[in-house]
Design a protein. Structure first.
Length: 357
């Protein structure tokens, strides 16, 4: 792998991504060949936000590869509760371990962590921004269940604004030929502009529709998502959005026979429980593919064993990021780094939000 860290799945070339998918399948076929390939290696899971699947599948993956695990799932039980900065926490943990999987409620945190870490950093979810190892899980699932990553009509339904898994998945699937995206949401929870920019720059097409029933007959893949209650400014705003899109057996009457239904989970009420018994429902299989995907990723990263630390970065512009959920709003020592995107606009390199100069 050319990159030391995995912050965005875009850090991998398509051929590196395909190598990881193939390795995940090899490990799934013959796990006995991989039981000590990470012997002596240590993974830290630093979870500043709750998780079941991502945290446990990372831990299980490392244990199944013969390595060891440390970490926290509640920062209040660490020196973060005494005011320790992200920079200091990461510098220390990076000195103890070989890989850090970090989840944080603020956007751009994994990118910031990678600037201070001797260990490889994996983004295990940064606020409403990205979740690349969920996407790795999703593409391993699609490759196995559809036999291809091309030529599909992919419906994404629910909270497309705050759903980091949706953002990462679209960015990745837009690299494959002839995919068509059907974006199913309310106007309030529609896809952010930076993802539309990615789609507009790709060869893929997209449409935005307000109805799941309308979209259903054309879909090869349906990616359902939860309305992300924790990202809403108020309970009142959440109440307006919850329960709008619910997949049930009746809606599936109009679906293709070879549709595959994915969901990153956790589910709240957006998929009725009796859909679980439809053979097109793949979301629990998806969780198992995720463990093999993370085994393949960590083995590949550790084979390279790069312990170099990044050079110090300095402000590119003396401008505050416009996104209040950007990590730079909380960790004030971070250099303000932007890419110029034309006109008076800057793109924050942590959270990818646009800010006026
Ligand atoms: N899909 C996912 O990220 O699940 P968790 O929040 O349980 O890790």
């Amino acid at each position: 792998m050319k990159t030391k860290h995995l912050i965005d799945l875009e850090d991998l070339s398509v051929s590196e991504l395909m190598d990881i998918i193939r390795l995940a399948n090899q490990i799934k076929e013959r796990p006995q060949d991989y039981t000590d390939v990470c012997k002596g290696k240590i993974l830290a899971t630093l979870f500043y936000e709750p998780s079941t699947r991502t945290q446990m599948s990372f831990k299980t993956a490392m244990l199944r590869l013969g390595g060891s695990i440390i970490g926290f799932d509640n920062p209040q039980n660490s020196s973060v509760s005494k005011g320790e900065s992200l920079k200091d926490t990461i510098t220390v943990v990076g000195g103890y371990t070989d890989i850090i999987a970090i989840r944080h409620p603020l956007e751009g945190t994994a990118k910031a962590a990678a600037m201070y870490s001797a260990a490889s950093v994996i983004n295990a979810g940064d606020g409403g921004h990205l979740h690349p190892t969920q996407t790795l899980t999703d593409v391993v699932t699609l490759y196995n269940e559809k036999g291809t990553l091309e030529n599909m009509t992919i419906g994404l339904c629910g909270d497309l604004k705050n759903g980091r898994t949706v953002h990462s998945l679209i960015k990745t699937m837009a690299n494959f030929k002839n995919n068509r995206f059907v974006l199913i949401s309310t106007p309030e929870l529609s896809i952010p502009q930076y993802i539309k920019d990615v789609l507009n720059a790709s060869t893929c097409t997209y449409t935005e529709v307000p109805s799941l029933a309308e979209a259903m007959p054309m879909l090869d893949v349906l990616y359902m998502t939860r309305i992300q209650r924790e990202r809403f400014a108020s309970e009142e705003e959440y109440e307006k959005e919850k329960g709008v899109f619910i997949l049930d057996r009746e809606k599936l009457l109009d679906a293709k026979r070879d549709l595959k239904i994915l969901h990153p989970l956790p589910r709240v009420d957006e998929i009725a429980v009796d859909v679980d018994y439809d053979d097109r429902a793949k979301y629990f299989d998806q969780t198992v593919y995720g463990m093999y995907a993370r085994m393949a990723l960590m083995k590949t990263m550790l084979d390279d064993n790069d312990r170099s630390t990044a050079s110090r970065l300095f402000d590119t512009h003396n401008v505050k990021c416009s996104n209040p959920r950007c990590i730079t709003a909380a960790e004030l020592y971070l250099p303000k780094i932007y890419r110029e995107v034309g006109g008076d606009m800057l793109l924050c390199k942590y959270c990818e939000s646009r800010t006026l100069i």
